[in-house]
Design a protein around this ligand. Structure first.
Ligand SMILES: NC(=O)c1ccc[n+]([C@@H]2O[C@H](COP(=O)([O-])OP(=O)(O)OC[C@H]3O[C@@H](n4cnc5c(N)ncnc54)[C@H](OP(=O)(O)O)[C@@H]3O)[C@@H](O)[C@H]2O)c1
Length: 376
């Protein structure tokens, strides 16, 4: 039995906790900056930590085998240092193909490169190893309210554009799509996984490879890998069958090149429009076929046998939802009215709607529904 610390309390962290509690005997504790009554009500252990106090952070981590981080910012660097000092065996960094990892190479990945360098340093000089989980784009980016509905990207302003509905490729509500194309019109693709399945895969890996000394530095997996045209077709089909989404109106794609996106990104940076720049960076990453978002099936190195389903690995999933099924279910419930937004990919400062859920969920709210068993 392992002792696991999950840093952060967003939806992804809670899904990981949920599947650890359902599928393993492992003990786990959430590390958070503030008391979180919503989690405590579930009888989950929650420890308040101060990421700016290295000694107390290391003390808290004494006896922990594995740290699973869902936090970003400099706090994560502090967490790595404290985990190494506390002789934690394995560190799973935040990432999960998120904004930092998928920032295009042409724009730079300072934060991420620094984090990997720090993890590599500790892997070479201490007993702490690390493994990155790469899962492509979260399904929730295309659902009502975006990832904000799972409290993902709601707390860190740097990520707020990523958490909003309709900010990546397709805006289901407005029926619009911004589709990157290559000069040769070769099909771009994107790997996709729901947040719930990301958590399930992390837990499946922990269940299977108890000897974490044999873990690779990266596990790659996704539930589906879709080309841009497959994505638009699926979204159009779901929209056509969803009452709240003007059924019958097709999604109208606007095609854009990497160069146009780079130009708009430079303008957004100059205008100090961080949200728009981040949103554009994500599109550039797709246009550049970034390996965290678009990886061939052959590079998946998490054995199919331990996963509920891996794209291309066999029959249709029984426990993971294919994107179309997930999307139809997500949009089948009544949706809130849109509110004004701050981010778009057109290069203009305004004019796009957002349906951020950040105002609708309290910090203590959980993404698991009233009864977590609904997820099993
Ligand atoms: N693949 C994708 O499409 C995709 C999209 C979005 C996110 N992601 C990934 O999902 C994970 C979570 O993303 P996120 O956007 O929710 O991260 P986030 O906004 O940084 O929040 C994650 C957690 O970190 C803590 N936190 C927030 N700001 C902090 C700060 N300044 N200092 C210390 N702790 C802080 C919060 O926990 P407490 O308040 O409890 O301390 C929060 O629950 C990341 O790994 C991200 O890369 C992936």
């Amino acid at each position: 039995m392992m002792k696991i610390a999950i840093a952060g309390t967003n939806g992804l962290a809670q899904f990981i906790g949920y599947y650890l509690s359902q599928a393993t005997p492992h003990n786990f504790v959430f590390l958070t900056r503030t008391a979180n009554p919503g989690l405590k009500e579930r009888d989950w252990q929650v420890l308040v930590v101060d990421y700016e106090d290295p000694a107390s952070l290391a003390y808290t981590l004494k006896g922990i085998d594995v740290v699973i981080s869902t936090i970003c910012d400099s706090a994560q660097y502090a967490l790595v240092e404290a985990a190494a000092a506390a002789q934690v065996h394995h560190f799973i960094p935040s990432g999960f193909s998120g904004p930092e990892q998928s920032a295009p190479r042409s724009i730079g990945q300072g934060y991420w490169q620094g984090l990997i360098a720090l993890l590599q340093h500790h892997a070479a000089t201490s007993s702490m190893r690390y493994t990155l989980f790469t899962c492509g784009v979260l399904y929730e980016r295309f659902g009502p309210g975006g990832t904000n509905t799972l409290q993902i990207s709601t707390l860190n302003n740097r990520h707020s554009a990523v958490g909003e509905e309709g900010n990546l490729l397709i805006d289901m509500r407005l029926g619009k799509a911004t589709i990157p194309v290559t000069p040769s019109h070769e099909q771009l693709a994107v790997c996709m996984t729901s947040a719930r399945d990301v958590a399930r895969y992390v837990v499946a890996a922990l269940q299977t490879y108890e000897d974490m000394t044999v873990w690779p530095e990266e596990f790659r997996f996704c539930t589906q890998r879709l080309t841009m045209s497959e994505l638009v077709t699926i979204c159009t089909r779901v929209r056509a069958n969803t009452k709240s989404l003007s059924p019958g109106t097709p999604i109208v794609p606007t095609f854009t090149t990497r160069e146009a996106l780079l130009h708009n990104h430079a303008s957004a940076i100059q205008a100090n429009n961080t949200n728009q720049a981040l949103s554009l960076a994500q599109h550039i990453a797709i246009a550049e076929a970034h390996p965290a978002l678009n990886f061939p099936v052959t590079s998946i190195n998490l054995p199919a046998s331990i996963l509920p389903y891996v794209y291309g690995s066999g029959p249709e999933p029984t426990t993971s939802e294919l994107f179309e099924v997930w999307l139809a279910r997500a949009w089948s419930t009544p949706q809130p009215t849109p509110a004004p937004s701050s981010a778009n990919t057109s290069g203009k400062q305004s004019g796009k709607s957002s349906r951020s859920g950040s105002g609708q969920l309290s910090k203590e709210a959980t993404p698991l529904g009233e009864n977590p068993r609904k997820l099993s």
